[in-house]
Design a binder for this molecule. Structure first.
Ligand code: UDP
Ligand code: MG
Length: 310
């Protein structure tokens, strides 16, 4: 019999928690398998903590971690994963925008052998044009710059097999975007599609500042593009300057007048700038290597072993 851990980040969710509990528990009770719900109270300043204490008192399957302040949804998900002991871990928002019946579909996929199941949004109710546009741009840009297959139109509503959770927990970095890490670890992945409803109560907590922070955590730990950019620009500028010199020499040898001595300043300045950019780029490659060491990700991740001890 499998055990499921539902992990739920909650920040000022006093209005939605009872709805969430009342929607999720009957569905999971119906499975006749073991489960736990781990709420991570992300430094809420409303009645969230009191409600969670009440729920935990009346139901031992409800477990609660209270953060000392607001650390953000990604940190809350990490905390949930660290405390989960299920064979499969399902991350869900507290506001019922991740429909619990879709979690059951995810479990079906998991039973078929998939190790990560993404909740993929078909329609997104109640989201502003701004949010939808920035999300689209973010996924397009991040997929391109990191070269990783980050699922489009999926947030953090996902099911992770125990192996995947262990792999993600072995990634040492501080700034995390779980959906990018889910792309990095590999494993057998699939999606279930759903229409995302509006939140059951309250309002979204995602300010532009929080969205920018999330985007940074998706990009910078996953690519050295920005660090290697100067060397690429430097080489480009270097080639352009050399081509310019050659053109000027050819023109001069053929006695064609072209702007005199000052014109030579352009390729000269270009060549010198190219040298600076290339040197900067070389130093950046070193920085990138140091970052990878500090980031301390596993060098590889196993999916299975044969004839070796598990
Ligand atoms: N959340 C959190 N910490 C935060 C912001 C949000 O734990 O700093 C939780 C929130 O309570 C909810 C989930 O993360 O369970 C998604 O947040 P929200 O619904 O505000 O985001 P949206 O659905 O609008 O993207
Ligand atoms: Mg929401």
């Amino acid at each position: 019999m499998a055990k499921y851990s539902i992990i739920v980040p909650a920040y000022n969710e006093e209005k939605s928690l009872h709805f969430f509990y009342d929607a999720v528990t009957p569905l999971f009770n119906g499975l006749n398998e073991e489960y736990e719900i781990i709420f991570v109270n992300d430094g809420s300043i409303d009645g969230t903590k009191g409600i969670l204490k009440e729920l935990a008192n009346q139901d031992k399957r409800v477990k609660v971690c209270n953060f000392s302040r607001n650390f953000g949804q990604q940190a809350a998900l990490l905390c949930g994963m660290e405390h989960a002991n299920g064979d499969a871990v399902i991350a869900m928002d507290a506001d019922l925008q991740d429909p619990p019946e879709v979690a059951l579909e995810m479990i079906e996929k998991w039973k078929e052998g998939y190790e990560i199941v993404h909740g993929k949004r078909r329609k997104r109710k109640g989201e502003t044009v701004f949010k939808r546009t920035t999300a689209k741009l973010f996924y397009g840009f991040t997929r391109k710059i990191t070269g990783m297959d980050i699922q489009r139109n999926s947030g953090d509503f996902k099911l992770y097999d125990r192996k995947v959770v262990n792999a993600i927990l072995s990634m040492g970095e501080h700034d995390r975007l779980l959906r990018a890490q889910a792309a990095w670890v590999g494993f057998k992945q699939t999606c279930v599609e759903f229409d995302r409803p509006e939140r059951i109560a309250g309002a979204s907590h995602y300010t532009v500042k929080k969205m920018v922070k999330l985007a940074e955590a998706g990009v910078f730990p996953n690519t050295d593009y920005t660090l290697t950019l100067p060397i690429k620009l430097g080489l480009l500028l270097g080639f352009a300057s050399v081509a310019c010199f050659i053109a000027f020499i050819v023109l001069a040898l053929n006695g064609i007048a072209f702007g005199g001595l000052t014109a030579w300043l352009f390729p000269t300045a270009g060549a010198l700038t190219a040298v600076v950019l290339v040197c900067q780029g070389l130093a950046n490659i070193h920085t990138s290597m140091i970052y990878k060491e500090v980031q301390n990700r596993p060098k590889y991740i196993l999916s299975d072993k044969y004839n070796l001890d598990e």
